[in-house]
Each structure stands twice: as structure tokens, then as C-alpha cells.
Write a protein that binds this ligand. Structure first.
Ligand code: NDP
Ligand code: HSE
Length: 447
């Protein structure tokens, strides 16, 4: 294959760290589509070395002709390797491996959102100093090219808000609970067996994985540093089949969303279960599928949809990054697309909004003693705090004395809702904790 000057470009040798779900998928896609990929990249891409802990384990891919090593540092230090593809996951040893690769002037492609969200500022700084690329499309929303879309496709816009289903495991679990009435644990086990879940699945169900991804999306959308520790994070482990049913009766779907939004005081960064109207397209994004709704001031709302996890969809993003890196190998390092979309010296310090200042509507569910006057006491609390009620449902009795009461409120600041919940829980007729799930109509996110 020749370049523009008629020179023949030899193959690029890459090294793949990790041969699990994503590593195996990446080898398969690179081998299956080798000719098409070479025609796009301008030269062939050869997997020189791959690394896994257990070299005796049967793999989902064909490793014939690939040198296999168990020590990942051997791979990152090998002079024949130009691009290191990090698919081990976690912060350690991934951080040391990526920094070592950068110090050896190798480009890096990674699917590791934990690594980028927590250590990305340091990694990109090192990459900038060494003139190498660190590509991370697969770190957010698996097979959807959302990083490229925001960083390049929407570069002319001021991004107002984004909201996404950005964890495939969580969405799979919520879908199974809704459609099959599956128990939470059973649905999680299925997601694990399909290769969707993180090594520690609490990252998926407690919202940490989505918070990693939201950190990355917010950085490239607003030109702010990666600030994982400032994301308000709530998972789906407390959501029940009944919550999902009650939400449906009110015309809503329960989805786990990552939301980044400009407000008067800064940028809201939050990850939590959310009721969204069933008429919104994103409400019908089910199973392992992800979707990210991005509102730009010029383009308006755009919706980006695709598989959020799994071997081949994630490999699709990784291979696209490898092709991008290979195409840019000979370009001037100072003229490449900036890692975080904005030039490194133009990162802004817009504050991240405190949770007390978030403004959303709420779905509340509580067990109440079934006797006259209880609902009046409940509504009085909302009235005192200027919170408007949109709907109240008294559900089927839980037993002879108590019933489940569901309340849908209009938008209010989180600090007022905190006060309302405290007061509700102090009522003698309200038994146990009041459950709350935030409600977003999504059209508000653009304002
Ligand atoms: P797996 O657990 O399936 O694979 C991890 C691989 O890394 C295994 O081959 C393992 O070896 C190897 N490995 C782990 N530790 C070491 C070590 N210290 N030295 C050498 N090799 C090591 O993970 P996934 O493929 O699911 O995930 C990989 C990355 O991709 C993670 O960052 C994840 O967050 C991300 N990701 C995953 C997606 C998915 O759908 N699974 C989607 C998008 C991103 P061995 O096989 O011998 O144990
Ligand atoms: N565990 C992650 C998920 C993998 O389920 O979304 C994709 O990032």
C-alpha cells in the first residue's frame, strides 16, 4: 500500500494488553476485517504481541502467530510495538502500563473509563509532553462513537446539556426487571455471563461506571478538567419491580441516566435512576443498548444510539481508534485533535454545582397508615416548602393497616426535597424510609 508520495508504508505493529471479552473481540475484528481496515488506515495493522495473565486459558479469538506474554511490561517496553492497546481494566497496573508506554513514545488506545476518569489529566499531560496520542472512544458507551461526535462533529456548538444511558449492564438489568419481572441478582448474573459487567459489578449497579463515563463526557463537552470526585452518584440497586410498575402507570420509564447540564451557578454532574416520559425516544432504549442525548446551541438535540457493551461493539470503537492513530502517526503532534476536545491551555474552571442546588421533579414512594387525615398531613409538608404536587396515587393496601402512597412532584431544588423527606419520615403515619427517584422530562435539560 502506498501513501500520497508513492512510498510504501509497512505494517504497524500493535500490542494488545488483555485478551478477555474486549481484547478477544478486538483481535477478532482486526483479523476478520483486516483488508478493509488496511484500506482505511493506509497500511496493515499487525498484532505483534498480546498479553493475558493465564496463557493456558482457551481464548475467544485465534492467537496463532501472535506472541503471547504474561508480563504486560514486556509488551509496553518492546521496541517493535508502536501502539499499545490497553484492555486490562482498572487503575492498577493499567496506569503504570499506560504511562510507561507513553514514556517509550508509544501511542495508546484504551477502553478503560476508570483509568481515564481518575488519572486522565495526568495521562494526557504526559502524552502531550511526549507527542503521542491516547485514544479512548470505547471508554464511553461501548460501540457508539460519542467521543468523536462531541469532540469533532459538534465542535461548533456550545453544549448546553447531555443525558445518557451509559451503562449497558444497568440498562440490561432494568429492562429484565420490567419485562420479565426478574430479580435484580438474576438479571445481574445474566449481564455478567454476557460479558457486559465490570470485574467488580458494584461499579455497574452503584453508578460508579456511569460516573466515570459522565466525567469523560463532561470534560469534552465543556472543556473542564476530569473531575470524577465531583460527580453525584447513585446506582440502581434500590430500584424494585414495583417502582418500575408504578412509574409505568404514571407514563414514565425508569432509566439510569448520566446528566451534565449548565445551570446559572456552574455545571451539574449527576448519575442516578431517573423517571423519563415514555414518549421520549430514549425511554425505549432497552437491554444493553446505550443512548446519549446531546443538546448543542446550534444543532439542537442529537441522539446517539448503539450497543453500550459487549465484545464486538466495543471492539468496533477500539479498532476505529487504532485506525485514527495509525492515520495520524506521521502528523505534527501539535496539530492533532486535542485529547479532551479543547486545547490543553484552554481548559476552564467553571464550578461543579453542589447537589443541594440540583433542580428536578420527584417520584416518591412511601408506606403510610391507611386512615383519614394522613394524606392531608403529607400534602401540608409539600405546601409549606412550596413544592407543587403533580399526582398522588394510593396503591393497593400492603396489609390491613397500611398502603403504598406514590407522589409525583413538580420541579424543586434538592435542598427543599431533602427537607420534605425528613419531615415526611418524622410523621407517625409514615412507616420506614421515603424512597425518591428524580424525574426528568429531558426537554428541560436544554434550558
Ligand atoms: P476481562 O476481565 O474480560 O479481560 C481482562 C483481560 O486482562 C484478561 O484477559 C486478563 O487476563 C487480563 N489481565 C488482567 N490483569 C492483568 C495483568 N495484571 N497482567 C496481564 N493481563 C491481565 O475485561 P473486559 O474485556 O470486559 O474489559 C476490559 C476493559 O474494557 C475494561 O477497562 C472495561 O471497563 C472496558 N470495557 C469493557 C466493556 C465490556 O463490554 N466488557 C465495554 C467497554 C469497555 P486473563 O484472561 O488471563 O485473566
Ligand atoms: N460494564 C460496562 C457497561 C461496560 O455495562 O456499560 C461498557 O463500558
Amino acid at each position: 500500500m502506498s501513501n500520497d508520495h508513492g512510498n510504501t508504508l509497512g505494517p504497524v505493529k500493535i500490542g494488545i494488553l488483555g485478551l478477555g471479552t474486549v481484547g478477544g473481540g478486538t483481535v477478532n475484528v482486526l483479523q476478520r476485517n483486516a483488508d478493509e481496515i488496511a484500506r482505511r488506515a493506509g497500511r496493515r495493522i499487525d498484532i505483534g504481541i498480546a498479553c493475558a495473565r493465564d496463557l493456558t486459558r482457551k481464548r475467544s479469538c485465534d492467537t496463532e502467530g501472535i506472541q503471547l506474554v504474561a508480563d504486560p511490561f514486556v509488551l509496553v517496553e518492546d521496541p517493535q510495538i508502536q501502539v499499545v492497546v490497553e484492555l486490562i481494566g482498572g487503575e492498577s497496573p493499567a496506569k503504570d502500563l499506560v504511562l510507561k508506554a507513553i514514556h517509550h513514545h508509544k501511542h495508546v488506545v484504551t477502553a478503560n473509563k476508570a483509568l481515564i476518569a481518575v488519572h486522565g489529566n495526568e495521562i494526557f499531560d504526559a502524552a502531550q509532553r511526549h507527542g503521542v496520542m491516547v485514544a479512548f472512544e470505547a471508554a464511553v458507551a461501548g460501540g457508539i462513537s460519542i467521543i468523536k461526535a462531541i469532540r469533532e462533529g459538534l465542535a461548533g456548538n456550545r453544549i448546553e446539556s447531555l443525558a445518557g444511558i451509559i451503562n449497558g449492564t444497568g440498562n440490561y438489568i432494568l429492562t429484565r426487571m420490567r419485562d420479565q419481572g426478574s430479580a435484580f441478582g438474576q438479571a445481574l448474573a445474566e449481564a455478567q455471563s454476557l460479558g457486559y459487567a465490570e470485574e467488580d459489578p458494584t461499579f455497574d449497579v452503584e453508578g460508579i461506571d456511569a460516573a466515570h463515563k459522565l466525567t469523560i463526557l463532561a470534560a469534552i463537552a465543556y472543556g473542564i478538567p476530569l473531575q470524577f470526585d465531583k460527580v453525584y452518584t447513585e446506582g440502581i440497586s434500590a430500584i424494585t419491580v414495583e417502582d418500575i410498575k408504578h412509574a409505568q402507570e404514571l407514563g414514565y420509564a425508569v432509566k439510569h441516566l448520566g446528566i451534565a447540564k449548565r445551570s446559572d451557578t456552574g455545571i451539574e454532574l449527576r448519575v442516578h435512576p431517573t423517571l423519563i416520559p415514555q414518549r421520549q425516544i430514549i425511554a425505549s432504549v432497552d437491554g444493553v443498548m446505550n443512548a446519549v442525548l446531546v443538546n448543542g446551541d446550534a444543532v439542537g438535540p442529537t441522539l446517539h444510539y448503539g450497543a453500550g457493551a459487549g465484545a464486538d461493539p466495543t471492539a468496533s470503537s477500539i479498532v476505529a481508534d487504532i485506525v485514527d492513530v495509525v492515520r495520524a502517526l506521521t502528523t505534527d503532534p501539535t496539530n492533532r485533535v486535542p485529547h479532551l476536545a479543547f486545547q490543553a491551555d484552554a481548559i476552564s474552571n467553571i464550578p461543579v454545582v453542589q447537589p443541594d442546588e440540583f433542580e428536578t421533579a420527584y417520584f416518591l414512594s412511601m408506606e403510610a397508615i391507611d386512615r383519614p387525615g394522613v394524606l392531608a398531613d403529607v400534602t401540608r409538608i409539600f405546601g409549606q416548602l412550596q413544592i407543587s404536587i403533580e399526582a398522588i396515587l394510593q396503591k393497593e393496601p400492603i396489609n390491613e393497616e397500611t398502603a403504598n402512597v406514590i407522589i409525583l412532584t413538580q420541579r424543586t431544588q434538592e435542598k427543599y426535597m431533602n427537607e420534605a423527606v425528613t419531615k415526611l419520615q418524622q410523621l407517625e403515619a409514615i412507616l420506614g424510609p421515603v424512597k425518591r427517584i428524580r424525574v426528568e422530562h429531558l426537554n428541560h435539560l436544554a434550558t
